[in-house]
Write a protein that binds this ligand. Sequence first.
Ligand code: SAH
Ligand code: MG
Length: 213
Amino acid sequence: MICHDYINEYIRNTIKPSTGILAELEEFAEKNHVPIIQPEVARLLFVLGTIHKPKRILEVGTAIGYSAILMSGFLDGAGKIDTIERYELMVERAKENIRRAGLTDTISIITGDALEVLRCLDKKYDMIFLDGAKGQYGEFLAECERMLEAGGLLVSDNVLYKGMVAANELVVRRKKTIVKRMRDYLDMLCKSDKFETSIIPIGDGVAVSYKKK
Ligand code: SAH
Ligand code: MG
């Protein structure tokens, strides 16, 4: 939570509770401390996706498959999601959840380290969601730019990282490097002439970038 509590609370209360497998996964994530996207970010992602209507989505950071399953909700029947995860235990859980959601034909998990996987991928996407390895977003950017169609959307989660990215006095020592890297990432993204970017202070901070045509 990086905004005033009363603002967060007000916004949170406007959000309809999830149902079905998404509700189940939210509960599992809460109990097991899996850092899935926060409800406000889920709403933003869903509205962006509904407007943008992507056919191919790439995600970095699958965890238990929550955001991938959420995003499948704005794909039409032909849409596909590739999602990258390096942690075997998460991959197994995500596979099971995706199977239970009946989405095995829609969501493909790619197991491995995101940077290596991104460098090998030779596909085009109309939407990319970055939600893993905060310290590596800067290295991911060139690959995302290469794979994103003109007119595509790049959504980056956790860019304000508990507010630390915006205020030195909040930075705890062992997070200094990650914070510095995230600032460099935002700097690159916001100065890039390839993207138009807006940083939104909901959840842990989200950057929404449009790849210019
Ligand atoms: N997007 C998910 C949450 C992802 S949490 C959701 O909202 O439902 C971040 C995940 O990224 C973790 O599961 C972590 O294992 C994975 N991750 C972190 N660094 C990574 C890397 N370099 N390559 C692949 N996966 C990574
Ligand atoms: Mg996140």
